[in-house]
Write a protein that binds this ligand. Structure first.
Ligand SMILES: [Zn+2]
Ligand SMILES: [Zn+2]
Length: 399
């Protein structure tokens, strides 16, 4: 008889099940040790409403405090995404700017930007989304710009709109998605759009005179990013994509929500009675792309082993890289690592492919043959300006 499934239950004994059945009402808050708990975090810590709300806000402020971004009136571009995370971030920023205590007050000036790419919705729905987002940001008294992603990819020109009803929405921009869908797999599409969006945010920040960009990535998003990068051959770029600051450009990208998870954002919004802007999302299968697969994997891991996801994030925090004296990839702007003495693994594969197509001259010494092969290999590489991963997707990039 198979007993694998039963073993764990017997080992843990009935105590574990009894504990799970206990209601939060029976537990006092682990922080203040007086109030009744209303939320359970990390499967073990119970908090009352007040301690949870204060603790979550404190986590955000403490992270920014450590970064010391406090030059007065410095502008920060914040990428608006529909859903709970931006809704929490709006409250955090408004609270941080309005705090009475001078020393604890955030000194920078946030400006929001929404990149419109809701091609799966009707024109009417897209307009409604823009209107609602506009009202949401206005409610918190922040400035909002809007930009059409399709327009940017098509023309390479950046046009920022200050009002939701002046932005030109066109179904034509859907073409760009259709062309890419025909030409490439979903994994590469997502990769290409991710790089284009990063580029769009950097250009917008420059044109709006912002020195930093805030994105809304949570702990789980960063863990997904880490595993995706490794899977797509971007392992050596990890410190940029998942580290505390992405400084590959003069505009630095920061993920101020990196120590929070979705449950914290949802409950923070709920306890503060603030509704997020929700849109219909594209229904994608978990196995349709590397990114979806890893999102699914991390989501499940987060439920069963929340500490593991945090460990992935902390590992990322410890990675660093030397950006000096490296050539830069034309597309993703990450450094291209060269080792002058020996090939890195991707180069070794390409070199052996090159060798197999070469006519070798057997009249010269083996050393001379090798040197000739190396020099003809380096002059045959017409994608020298791209990193390993961008070389793979380069044939799909629409210039
Ligand atoms: Zn409490
Ligand atoms: Zn690249």
């Amino acid at each position: 008889m198979c007993s694998i499934g039963d073993e764990g239950i017997e080992d843990e004994g009935p105590a574990k099940f009894m504990e799970k059945k206990l209601s939060l009402q029976d537990k006092t808050c682990v922080k203040c040790k007086t109030n009744r708990s209303v939320i359970l975090l990390r499967s073990k810590d119970c908090y009352c409403k007040e301690c949870f709300v204060n603790g979550t806000l404190h986590k955000f402020k403490a992270f920014l405090g450590k970064l010391r971004l406090s030059r007065r009136d410095e502008k920060v571009l914040v990428s608006y995404k529909t859903g709970h995370v931006t809704c929490t971030l709006l409250q955090f920023l408004r609270n941080g700017l309005d705090t009475m205590a001078e020393q604890k007050r955030l000194k920078f000036q946030p400006i929001f930007i929404y990149v419109e790419k809701n091609y799966h919705l009707s024109l009417e729905e897209r307009k409604n989304v823009l209107k609602t987002i506009s009202e949401h940001v206005n409610h918190f008294n922040f400035k909002l710009y809007m930009v059409s992603f399709g327009d940017y990819i098509k023309t390479g020109q950046l046009t920022l709109f200050e009002s939701w009803n002046t932005i030109k929405l066109s179904e034509d921009n859907n073409d760009i998605y259709e062309i890419l869908k025909e030409k490439t797999k979903l994994t590469y599409q997502k990769e290409i759009f991710h790089i284009f969006e990063r580029d769009l945010l950097i250009k917008s920040a420059k044109s709006l005179d912002c020195s930093f960009i805030f994105t809304t990535d949570l702990t789980a998003d960063i863990a997904v990013n880490l595993l995706t990068n490794v899977s797509l051959g971007r392992g050596n770029q990890l410190p940029l994509d998942i580290g505390v600051i992405d400084d590959r450009d003069e505009i630095k990208i920061i993920k101020p929500m990196r120590h929070l998870n979705m449950k914290e954002c949802v409950f923070y919004n709920y306890f503060n009675n603030v509704e997020p802007v929700i849109t219909r999302v594209i229904d994608e299968k978990p196995y349709s792309s590397v990114q979806n697969l890893l999102t699914n994997f991390i989501d499940k891991l987060q439920v069963d082993y929340p500490a593991t996801v945090t460990t992935v994030l902390r590992t990322g925090d410890k990675l660093s890289m030397d950006l000096a004296n490296q050539s830069i990839c034309e597309f993703c702007k990450a450094p291209i690592f060269m080792n002058k003495d020996k090939f890195i693994s991707s180069e070794a594969t390409n070199f052996s492919r090159h060798l197999s197509t070469m006519q070798l001259n057997m009249d010269v010494t083996p050393t001379e043959r090798y040197e000739k092969a190396v020099s003809s290999y380096s002059s045959s590489d017409d994608k020298k300006d791209l990193c390993y991963s961008c070389k793979i997707i380069s044939e799909f990039i629409i210039k």
